[in-house]
Write a protein that binds this ligand. Structure first.
Ligand code: ATP
Length: 331
């Protein structure tokens, strides 16, 4: 699925690795967040301490993993990567925490999906660099305190609202990543094209950028498909190649994918424009409501096709128009 912002394959992981910016200066867009992170890192450096814990919130593919790597790189510290789903028990987290070297940056992707018991262990670890390990069961159980090396936690989540308050409060700084402007995506793609030795003109860059759902991961992925198309068809990465390649992969002018279209079509055609509740929508398109809420909706809202109301999701005028469905006079 070409415009699904989640990572797909091993090959994509390798491809992304090659294109990841290594420094804040190379990181395109998110100006505010870059400035905030720079200040946080500079202040820690002056005081020779570990930088504060950082929470990165935003839809997939906007650069959370990249920023975690940059935090480690810019502050000259080793980085450990793990994810919420990999932490099923408090013991999993204890193993990671107790093996960190002093100053290490610990990145936990999808931190909202960590086990509850681990979450509680993390509170103490973040605050005091200490954990309590439970030994034994029942009345004979005791807890053994264990000191940890100081570390910086970088947590990533698709929405900060998914985290319990006590966890959210323990981050010194929360960065909300926004979808990228087309101009910023042009820069992302230009940089990637140079790294991949793909020759591409400005018009074609812009066409890819405007269909990338405001998301660098998708921009890089579309560039790759256009490169393939140009390679096979001959004639270079021209505007025609961009249009033909994206049509082949079913990406429309706004960059909507199959799931976006399915969601809009349910609201427009089955519910006459809404309001429709989140769970009804999720069941109707056969997706988890978390995906609809964190991935699909933010983009549809941002491009003005959908709006969220207390009664549910409703299609906007532009939503009706984009799908070419005549509106009932009374809706
Ligand atoms: P997920 O939450 O799904 O892991 P993510 O938010 O961590 O996604 P990344 O893996 O950091 O996203 O970024 C995806 C790809 O987009 C990477 O290949 C990276 O090179 C590129 N990218 C992301 N942000 C930027 C940026 N600001 N400038 C240039 N490239 C970027």
């Amino acid at each position: 699925d070409l415009v699904n912002p989640e990572v797909e394959s091993e090959a994509e992981v390798a491809f992304e690795g090659a294109l990841r910016p290594k420094s804040l200066a190379e990181f395109v867009g998110q100006r505010k967040v870059r400035g905030q992170l720079q200040l946080l890192l500079d202040a820690a450096a002056i005081q020779s301490r570990t930088p504060d814990h950082i929470l990165l919130a935003g839809p997939p593919g906007l650069g959370k993993t990249t920023l975690a790597m940059i935090v480690a790189h810019e502050s000259n510290r080793p980085l450990r990567l793990t994810s919420g789903p990999a932490i099923q028990h408090a013991g999993d987290l204890a193993a990671v925490l107790s093996s960190l070297v002093p100053g290490e940056v610990l990145f936990i992707d999808e931190i909202h999906r960590m086990a509850r018991s681990a979450e509680e262990m993390l509170y103490l670890a973040m605050e005091d660099f200490r954990i309590d390990i439970m030994v034994g069961k029942g009345a004979g159980a005791t807890s053994i305190p264990l000191d940890l090396a100081p570390f910086t936690l970088v947590g990533a989540t698709t929405r900060s609202g998914l985290l319990p308050n006590p966890l959210r409060d323990r981050f010194g700084f929360t960065a909300h990543l926004e979808f990228y402007e087309t101009e910023e995506l042009v820069q992302v793609i230009r940089r990637a094209a140079a790294l991949l030795s793909v020759e591409i003109d400005d018009e074609s860059l812009r066409e890819i950028a405007s269909r990338s759902r405001g998301t660098p991961r998708i921009a890089n992925r579309l560039l790759r498909r256009v490169r393939d198309y140009a390679l096979v068809a001959g004639g270079g990465a021209s505007l025609e190649a961009v249009q033909a390649a994206l049509e082949l992969y079913d990406v429309d002018e706004l960059g909507l994918d199959r799931l976006d279209r399915a969601v809009m079509s349910i609201i427009l055609e089955r519910f006459d424009g809404g309001p429709v509740g989140l769970n009804t929508l999720a069941v109707s398109v056969g997706e988890e409501s978390e995906t609809i809420e964190a991935v699909v909706e933010p983009f549809l809202v941002r491009i003005g096709l959908l709006s969220r109301t207390p009664r549910g999701r409703i299609a906007t005028k532009a939503g009706w128009a984009h799908f070419g469905i005549p509106r009932n006079a009374d809706s």
